[in-house]
Design a binder for this molecule. Structure first.
Ligand SMILES: [Zn+2]
Length: 141
């Protein structure tokens, strides 16, 4: 997570990574909405797409987790369910975004809870929150 947060500080983009059961980073995704003219190219979705392509699968293996510098939005939370990830760890709490748009207009935990019939996903929120919240305080307009 430290590596992802450092990347966000330097490039001002949300970052996410897929981590395997050995805690090795399999892929890193960055938000590329503008570069790709793709409104679904969120960091989490990009990391999931890259991991599935790399592993040549549409369901990620057991014990793969996603780490994100942001709380995954409803789109990404749904993609997390469909990809078979066992868990999510995210750093940011939306209350530190202040006037920035709240992309998590449906909480990640609520989407994951609604999707338990499809796939059960563990959630660790506000991980390394002190490191990421300073980013939003510093970049507040
Ligand atoms: Zn998203």
């Amino acid at each position: 997570m430290s590596e992802l947060i450092q990347k966000q500080w330097s490039t001002h983009s949300v970052y996410a990574a897929i981590v395997n059961k050995e805690m090795e980073i399999v892929t890193i995704g960055q938000t590329t909405i503008h570069e790709n003219n793709d409104p679904t190219a969120h960091a989490e979705v990009n990391a999931i797409r890259a991991a599935c392509k790399f592993l040549k699968t549409d369901i990620l293996p057991t014990a793969y987790w996603l780490y994100s510098t942001f709380e995954p939005c409803p789109l990404c939370s749904s993609a997390i369910i469909w990809s078979g990830l066992d868990g999510v760890v995210y750093a940011n709490d939306p209350r530190f975004r202040r006037t920035l748009p709240n992309w998590s207009f449906i909480k990640c935990k609520d989407v994951l809870k609604q999707g338990t019939d499809i796939h059960q996903v563990n959630l660790i929120k506000n991980f390394m929150l002190d490191d990421i919240k300073r980013y939003f305080i510093r970049h507040q307009k």
